[in-house]
Design a protein around this ligand. Structure first.
Ligand code: FES
Length: 691
């Protein structure tokens, strides 16, 4: 690029020709006041704050719209210019409310900062507060025209940067020109894409995000991308959704794999916290992110493998006890850090809850086994049918660190008469036996005692094993059940009957065989300060629910061998510092459900990642487990117009996975909140060297 020489306020600069005077000055850390200029937008010369005098050129110019020329001698801070600026500011302020302290942009407002810099009296600010009602009808943004100074940044961002062109200068009934949605329509009527660019570039509080849409106190990227923030492993959701939209399926799966070695399993059973945070739900329904993940995983051709990095071998050995998602995730990343990892699994199959807890109808075993095979490929050794009796023995065998990731796999049996009859099971035990194919055939009548998701897993599994009449009985009312709404409605559709408000007195039966559950109806219940259940039962409501198979689904806890002698807290959970280090035990770590009780698969993966990081550091490494598997493709900031974009409904799956066209349509519903992170945040005058 050709260079030209200019002088600004006595400073000689060599700058690229073709630049505006304002950009040249700002890049050289020389401040010229400006407001309607934004580094990512074409300049319009609206605010007239950036005025300069150029020697030999009589008229005053706006520096944002004037190109540099060789030999230019420019003055930016003469008395005349300062007066002009103050006048321009006062004109702008005449239409602005004077209650800065109540503005969400207070102390972050570019206008406020300029008032300070130019020492303008705020007496010109309009005295009447909020004379135009604040527009809150939009699901995501708030528009407050009382704070708009018509700088036009939002109009240019929408039109030039995004190519959507929803905003414009419009006349009000009292003949004022204001920025508004074209033709005074709603944003939806003008096919707004809800990308947030207008809010991002607004220098005042005229356009704001609705309160509650974003979580405060996060770094900027996580704040602006709620799906990524809510995901416990911060998967880059918009990045893989965009890749699916563009047919780059291998980039999509590589992006997901950067954070988790179980993408396909997550595609089936993730609790999808991302979907609850998705901003699209404010418009119609949230994006079907989990289904898109499953789609990407089903398309996996393994091209990401060539980008996986392995650190040099360290000679250190780590024992991981438990091969659930927490243990295997930790093992995977620790192996990549160069350590030799052996996973010990008491069951005949690896995978923990993925293989033996979550029923097959929800999570196909082939998907799990393929992912475990991939983990083994990195060099992880998994020993199944191997119970670890002594941690000391492992140390003697030369393991430098031990990670306990045994989950919470011991179901609770209520302490009632008959609870140990042969046809009475615990939830996890029942599911495990069903998964491993060694369950006794269930009887015709099955009763599950409990009201959480696991109770539904047991009940639905029982139906699939041939039960004809399955009842879920629990203490809670239908509304207070802890199972997810989705799980309850699916269960009811399959014919499961609910019996709410029951307390269980005994298992009826004889000769080691239960024949039913003696119950009583509950009118109310509370827990006292010690967490003890206080019940009020309905008089004369005792009755027996007949059953051939009875399953307790009343929570579960970790099962820890006595000889391990690890410190535990309530619920038999391992007592840790920082959720990872076992209290008072050097070289011993714990991760996943065994630390915090039953939670989601993705939470367990997050715990496994954290364990790898902490143990990696302890083994004198940097603990850096970040992978870069996907190509960086800069997203196109120009979204363009899209008729019907807002009306497109969430796509359903046929035959358990999206077809390509449905996946593309669904991915196309994404608001692409991440594009907002590409927008430059303008610097305030205080941040310039020469001001
Ligand atoms: Fe140049 Fe506003 S910044 S006119």
């Amino acid at each position: 690029m050709e260079k030209v020489s200019i002088t600004i306020d006595g400073y000689s600069l060599e700058v690229d020709s073709g630049k505006s005077i304002l950009s040249a000055a700002l890049e050289a850390d020389l401040y010229i006041p400006h407001l309607c200029h934004h580094p990512d937008l074409p300049d319009a010369g609206e605010c007239r704050l950036c005025v300069v005098e150029i020697e030999g050129q009589g008229e005053i110019k706006t520096s944002c719209t004037t190109q540099v020329e060789d030999g230019m001698v420019i003055h930016t801070k003469t008395e005349k210019l300062n007066n002009m600026r103050r006048l321009s500011m006062e004109l702008m302020l005449a239409n602005h409310v004077d209650d800065c302290t109540t503005c969400p942009k207070y102390l972050k407002c570019e206008l406020q900062s300029l008032i300070q810099y130019l020492e303008v009296s705020t007496s010109r600010l309009r005295r009447t507060l909020n004379s135009v009602p604040v527009n809150t009808v939009n699901p995501l943004f708030v528009r407050d025209l009382n704070r708009c100074v018509s700088c036009g940044r939002c109009v240019r961002a929408c039109k030039e940067l995004r190519g959507v062109d929803v905003l414009n200068y419009e006349m009000t009934e009292d003949d004022r020109v204001v920025v508004d949605v074209k033709n005074h329509h709603t944003m939806a009527e003008e096919n707004c894409r809800f990308c947030g660019a207008c809010v991002e570039v607004c220098p005042t509080g005229a356009l704001q995000d609705k309160e509650g849409v974003f979580k405060p106190n996060l770094n900027r990227e996580l704040e602006l991308i709620p799906c990524k923030a809510e995901c416990p492993i911060h998967t880059d959701v918009p990045k893989y959704v965009r890749a699916i939209k563009e047919g780059r399926y291998q980039d999509a799966i590589a992006t997901i794999r950067e954070k988790a070695p179980f993408p396909h399993s997550l595609g089936y059973v993730c609790m999808a916290f991302c979907e609850s945070a998705c901003r699209r739900k404010e418009i119609n329904q949230s994006l079907s992110i989990r289904e898109l993940k499953k789609f990407a995983a089903a398309k996996d051709e393994g091209l990401w493998r060539e980008h996986v990095t392995y650190k040099p071998k360290t000679g250190k050995r780590v024992a991981v006890i438990g091969s659930g998602p927490a243990g295997l995730t930790a093992a995977y990343y620790l192996t990549k850090l160069g350590h030799e990892v052996t996973v010990f699994e008491r069951s005949p199959v690896a995978g923990g809850m993925l293989s033996t807890g979550i029923p097959k109808y929800r999570l196909p075993r082939e998907a799990v086994q393929a992912e475990i095979l991939e983990i083994e490929r990195t060099g992880v050794t998994i020993l199944t049918n191997t119970k670890v009796e002594s941690l000391e023995d492992l140390k003697r065998e030369g393991f430098d660190k031990i990670l306990l990731a045994v989950g919470a796999g011991k179901g609770n049996r209520l302490p009632i008469e008959g609870a140990d009859y042969s046809n009475v099971y615990e939830n996890i035990e029942f599911l495990e036996r069903a998964s491993l194919g060694d369950s006794e055939p269930v009887g015709e009548k099955v009763i599950v005692l409990g009201g959480g998701n696991v109770a539904f897993d047991c009940a639905r599994q029982a139906l699939r094993l041939g039960a004809k009449d399955v009842v879920i009985a629990c203490l809670e009312s239908r509304e207070a059940m802890t199972a997810s709404e989705e799980e309850i409605s699916e269960g009811l559709k399959e014919g499961i009957r609910l019996m709410n408000g029951r307390t269980f007195l005994a298992i009826e039966g004889s000769e080691n065989k239960g024949t039913g559950v003696r119950c009583q109806e509950v009118s109310s219940f509370t827990f006292d300060e010690n967490g003890k259940l206080q019940l009020e039962v309905k008089p004369e409501s005792e009755h027996v629910l007949k059953a051939d198979t009875i399953i307790f689904a009343a929570g579960q806890k970790p099962e820890l061998p006595k000889q391990w002698d690890v410190p535990v807290k309530k619920g038999n959970l391992i007592d840790t510092d920082d959720d990872i280090r076992v209290k008072g035990r050097e070289d011993l770590f714990a991760a996943g459900d065994v630390v915090y009780g039953t939670h989601s698969v993705v939470q367990a993966i997050a715990a496994g990642r954290k364990a790898a990081l902490v143990i990696g550091k302890e083994l004198n490494g940097d603990g850096d487990i970040e992978d870069k598997l996907a190509k960086d493709v800069t997203p196109n900031p120009c979204l363009g117009k899209s008729e019907g974009f807002l009306k497109t409904e969430r796509q359903g799956c046929v035959d358990s996975c999206y077809k390509e066209s449905a996946a593309c349509t669904e991915a196309g519903r994404c608001l692409q909140c991440d594009l907002r992170t590409q927008i430059t945040r303008p610097k305030l005058w205080v941040h310039y060297k020469i001001k």
